[in-house]
Design a protein. Sequence first.
Length: 279
Amino acid sequence: MGRISVHQLKQWKAEGKRFAMITAYDYPSARLVEQAGIPIILVGDSVGSVVLGYESTVPVTMEDILYLTRAVVRACCKAIILADMPFMSYQANADDAVRNAGRLLQEGGATAVKLEGGSHVAPLVRRMVESGIPVMGHLGLTPQSVNQFGGHKVQGKTPAAAAKLLNDARALEEAGAFAVVLETIPAPLAQMVTERISIPTIGIGAGPHCDAQVQVFHDMLAIYDDRRTLKHAKRYAVLGETIREAVRSYIGEVEGGEFPTKEHSFEMDEATLTELAFA
């Protein structure tokens, strides 16, 4: 069976079939999540804060996303590979935006791209789609605008803000986006958007009524179990402590002379040893 297509996602919505999306930023994590059956993998600019050590997604570059996307693509043969368009890769002008989106498909091997924004980016989405580039939208709390929002705050809480988000979702749909992420918005608003557009909504901190959900790999596995758990994240494992304990065991065995053992060593035949002894 070949790679899942973006058109299947819209069909799944029509059938009432929900689906999951997850981030992956490297070959091993992408391989694991595809083996688990994930249908869509996001090479997200969230890599900035969960892998590269930045305080936000803003410092992530096109070269970062290209490098990571290539690794994820090499690990997968079925899942849709969605590449985030990082900050300032599409904001300056339309020509650069289409060129950069094209690079993510042509050089990175991505299936599709994701960009943040509503009605103001709809013409750009339309141009990308007309150029043969599948596009997913992203509304609500858009991390690249975190400085403008003044932090990670719930969006769409006022009547005006909610109405704008609804209009933005319609604009992205009309521009040809195949799906839209809804991040950190009230659950009733997410339900309203989901019911009023024909393309799938993918929620993160947007309640249970979206057509799909997305989680960050490192959040759901609690790699950073010493950090505050985000409200929208659920821990399905606590690997941070598991990893630390494994490394502690390794350190202890090395320091105590318990590792390596004969089982982990290579032997040499006696004749060679005898010859070396008299060399």
